[in-house]
Write a protein of this length. Structure first.
Length: 444
């Protein structure tokens, strides 16, 4: 649908304040109008108008920030000023203030003119604009202004076809627009995922509240990797179980038993059944049956890591999970050290078609006997200076299994979760010592 501007009076004769008053009058008339089913098709245009108004909101915030209006109003920051004037949350206000600054630019920095123009035209949403601004912030600093504009133009074009989540995924590789070397693009994408994983671990939280009625409520924030593993277990436990019944001629020869039921779903035929209740029951039983004798033994539920052989051997290329989430190369290699993770390694045959080369070998995993023997050699994490007990540690191959390392005690070292992530993080370097300890430090 196209719209036609109807000038009521010369634009320059009206102040912005008066124009906003006129806008409220128009909105008043809109709400007073009877909405009919035939008007439902206007939803896209209303959404577009909302995006355009959000663009105006950001321009106002940018103007206030440039003129130091927040300080004059006694506010410590632009975010505080926005929150005060909109009765919004501090988090949302900070996000708007940051986006307004990114779009407008500042002294010595070019703003995102293409994104701002598209937002003001309603060609993309506020959520799309936030994704683009975040992606542009993460581009290499060495890019020229022309290269930055090319990447921004590509993202604005993609925003017309993708939802914000899809755009965020595509934005990780927008460097392809100006960088011909795929390895550089791979490393840039991996660096972004590493940054996201670091932030996710920093945000991890778990809280409990005794309700005093025999129940306990809780709230958790988990990295997506851990949440996906938990979700797969719970969904496997609560999915309705159906039995295929034969029909017609085959029915006379088929042995059809009673329908198998799911103990967590009281009535699987009831469309109003509460899935959240079923998940709660499943989580309760899962907690009751968690193994408590050790924390890092083999698990029955697996999360599949999809990576190519170069990534397993140390290439900086993001891997993926079978839950459709990306993980960094280092996180994938760390996971490959532990039980319950099956690396699915792809390569190419002579005909050029992708082939599965390896679905994981159980011989790569340390046995419980080997884990017990490690406790006689180490009392804590092998990283120098770390005092976390060995019972909290994961067993790491000092020479990677993918590089021919053996699964024996001479090649095993206990590492706590924090140091295990660091030893697989390309931003860190490490050195092994003859006493079985390792020093890990940030690359300089």
């Amino acid at each position: 649908m196209t719209t036609t501007a109807i000038p009521l009076r010369p634009r320059d004769s009206l102040s912005l304040a008066v124009q906003v008053d006129v806008l409220h009058l128009v909105v008043d008339d809109l709400h007073a109008t009877t909405v009919r089913a035939a008007d439902a098709g206007l939803l896209a245009e209303v959404h577009r108008a909302q995006a355009r108004l959000y663009g105006l909101r950001l321009k106002l915030i940018a103007a206030a920030q440039a003129a130091d209006v927040p300080a004059g109003d006694g506010q410590a920051s632009t975010a505080d000023w926005v929150a005060k004037n909109t009765r919004g949350t501090r988090q949302d206000s900070a996000r708007d203030a940051g986006l307004a600054g990114s779009l407008a630019g500042s002294e010595g920095e070019t703003g995102l003119e293409g994104t701002r123009s598209a937002l003001e035209d309603g060609a993309l949403s506020a959520a799309h604009a936030k994704v683009i601004a975040d992606a542009m912030r993460k581009l290499p600093a060495a890019l020229t202004p022309a290269q930055q504009q090319a990447c921004e133009a590509r993202l604005v074009d993609l925003a017309a076809r993708l939802d914000p989540a899809q755009l965020r995924r595509a934005a990780r590789r927008v460097l392809e627009e100006v960088e011909p070397d795929p390895e550089v693009v791979d490393a840039h994408e991996n660096d972004q995922i590493v940054e996201e994983e670091d932030a996710a671990h920093a945000k991890a939280r778990l809280s409990f509240h005794d309700n005093g009625d025999g129940t306990t409520s809780g709230h958790f924030t988990l990295p997506n990797l851990a949440a996906d593993a938990l979700r797969k277990i719970i969904e496997a436990m609560t999915a309705p179980r159906r039995q295929h019944r034969a029909s017609g001629r085959d029915a006379r020869h088929a042995k059809v038993g009673p329908r198998e039921s799911n103990p967590f779903v009281r009535d699987q035929t009831d469309p109003t059944r509460d899935p959240a209740h079923a998940r709660g029951l499943a989580l309760a039983q899962l907690c009751e049956h968690l193994p408590t004798d050790h924390l890092h033994g083999a698990a029955t539920t697996q999360v599949t890591v999809l990576m190519d052989i170069e990534t397993l051997r140390g290439h900086l290329r993001a891997a993926g999970l079978d839950t459709d989430r990306p993980i960094s190369a280092g996180e994938a290699r760390r996971m490959a050290c532990n039980s319950g993770i099956v690396p699915t390694v792809f390569g190419r045959a002579l005909d050029g078609k992708p082939r599965v080369l390896d679905l994981g070998r159980l011989s790569r995993l340390f046995t419980e006997a080997q884990r017990a023997a490690i406790t006689a050699l180490h009392t804590h994490c092998a990283a120098r200076g770390c005092t976390r007990p060995v019972a909290w540690c994961e067993l790491h191959h000092k020479t990677p299994w993918s590089h021919g390392g053996t699964t024996d005690l001479d090649n095993a070292a206990p590492l706590c979760g924090w140091h295990h992530r660091r030893i697989h993080d390309h931003r860190y370097t490490h050195d092994w010592y003859t006493d079985g300890t390792v020093s890990i430090s940030l690359r300089t």
